[in-house]
Design a protein around this ligand. Structure first.
Ligand code: GDP
Ligand code: MG
Ligand code: ZN
Length: 334
C-alpha cells in the first residue's frame, strides 16, 4: 500500500516565502525544566502520529493487550509553550496517558523534550513541531531522480547538529548511479556518516539498519527521494500510515501530512520536508556546524566568514550553503 499523503508541495510544506514571513520561532537554549512539563519518568506512552485534534500513542506497558490508543487532550493540564504550537504534542513526545476505553485515551501531561525539529506553519504564527526526542536524523537524498541537492543536505545537517541530534546521510537509488563524480563524497570527507543504499536492489540496507539499530530515527528529505521505499526495505514490508483514527469522543479524522512512527519500529517517516527551521541558532554560532571550517586560516581571528578580507573558508565547497544560511539568520528568518 502506498501512503496517501496529501501531496508534498502544498499545505504547510516549506517554501522560502513562508520561512521568510514567519521565521522559525526559538526555544530556550539551555533546557532548564520548564513550567507545565512533566519530568520524563512520569511519562507512560509515546506519540506515534498526530491528527488535527487528536493523536495516536503507543503505551509503554508491554504486557497490555492493546498498546495502540487514539487520544484526545486534557488541554488545561498540558504545557503552554513559549511559542504557540500547532498541536499540543509531536511524534516522539513522551506523554502521560490515561485509558478511557479499549482503544481510546486521553493525554494529560507532556514530558520535557530532549530535542525537536520544527517548521513554521504557514498562515499563522504557530510553530509546527514535527518530531521530538529523536536519536538520529537520517537525511535521505537520491543519487539521481531527483538530482542530489547539497544545499538541502546542509540545512538538515545544521538543524540536527544545533539540536544535538546525530545526523547521517543516506544516498538512495544507487541502482541509478551511472558513474562520475559523487557529490555526496564531500560529506564523508568532512566526517559525516554517508551510506549508499538502494531499495530496489537492497544495497546498503544492512549497513543502514546496523547504524540506526535501537535508535529513534527520523527519515527526512525531499519528496520522491525514496524515504518510504528505504523504510519499507528496512522493515521487510510495505510501510504506510493508517487511514484514519476514530475514538468514542470524535469521528474519524483524515490523515495529515505530519511525521509518522511506523508501528513495531523506531523509525519515523516524514513527508517531503525541504528544511527544518534553524531553531535557536545565533548567526555567530553557525560556523561551528561546518566542521571543515575549523582550522582554516582567516586574517581576522573571529572571522564571521561574511565580507571579511582574507577569509580562508570562502573557497570551500559548502561556503555558499553557509552563506545563504548566515544571511537568513541575520535577517531573522531562521
Ligand atoms: N530506481 C530506484 N527507484 C526508487 C528507489 N527507491 C525509491 N524509488 C522510486 O522513487 C519514487 C519515490 O519513492 P518514495 O519511497 O515514495 O519516496 P519518498 O517520497 O521520499 O517517500 C518511487 O517511484 C519509487 O519507486 C531505488 O532504490 N531505486
Ligand atoms: Mg514517502
Ligand atoms: Zn573567514
Amino acid at each position: 500500500m502506498t501512503p496517501k499523503y496529501r501531496g508534498d508541495d502544498n499545505d504547510w510544506l516549506d517554501s522560502e516565502k513562508e520561512r521568510g514571513s514567519h521565521g522559525s520561532g526559538r526555544l530556550a537554549k539551555k533546557k532548564k525544566p520548564k513550567a507545565g512539563y512533566l519530568v520524563v519518568t512520569e511519562a507512560t506512552a509515546t506519540v506515534t502520529e498526530v491528527f488535527p485534534n487528536q493523536c495516536r500513542v503507543l503505551i509503554d506497558d508491554e504486557s497490555a493487550e492493546n498498546r495502540d490508543f487514539a487520544c484526545t487532550y486534557r488541554k488545561a493540564k498540558l504545557p503552554n509553550p513559549d511559542i504557540r504550537e500547532r498541536a499540543p504534542v509531536a511524534v516522539g513526545d513522551r506523554v502521560r496517558f490515561e485509558k478511557i476505553g479499549a482503544r481510546d485515551g486521553v493525554i494529560d501531561g507532556v514530558a520535557e523534550r530532549r530535542n525537536l525539529l520544527a517548521r513554521p506553519a504557514p498562515e499563522s504564527a504557530q510553530r509546527h513541531v514535527l518530531v521530538a526526542n529523536i536519536d538520529t536524523l537520517v537525511i535521505v537524498a537520491a543519487c539521481r531522480e531527483p538530482v542530489f541537492t547539497p544545499g538541502l543536505v546542509d540545512r538538515f545537517l545544521v538543524a540536527a547538529q544545533a539540536q544535538e541530534i546525530e545526523a547521517i546521510i543516506c544516498v538512495t537509488k544507487m541502482d541509478l548511479y551511472e558513474g562520475g563524480e559523487k557529490p555526496w563524497k564531500l560529506y564523508a570527507d568532512i566526517g559525516f556518516k554517508v551510506i549508499e543504499t538502494g531499495s530496489k536492489d537492497g544495497e546498503g540496507v544492512d549497513e543502514l539498519a546496523e547504524t540506526i539499530d535501537g535508535k529513534l530515527a527520523t527519515f527526512c528529505g525531499h519528496s520522491g527521494v525514496g524515504k518510504t521505499s528505504i523504510l519499507s526495505a528496512l522493515r521487510g514490508e510495505e510501510v504506510g500510515r493508517t487511514a484514519e483514527v476514530s475514538t468514542s469522543t470524535g469521528k474519524g479524522q483524515h490523515t495529515t501530512t505530519g511525521a509518522y512512527l511506523i508501528p513495531g519500529s523506531k523509525l519515523i517517516d516524514t513527508p517531503g520536508v525541504r528544511a527544518f527551521g534553524l531553531l535557536d541558532i545565533e548567526p555567530d554560532e553557525l560556523k561551528t556546524f561546518f566542521p571543515e571550517f575549523t582550522g582554516m586560516i582567516c586574517s581576522e581571528s573571529d572571522c564571521r566568514h561574511r565580507y571579511e578580507e582574507g577569509c580562508g573558508v570562502q573557497e570551500l565547497p559548502r561556503y555558499p550553503s553557509y552563506r545563504r544560511m548566515l544571511e537568513s539568520l541575520i535577517a531573522g528568518e531562521g
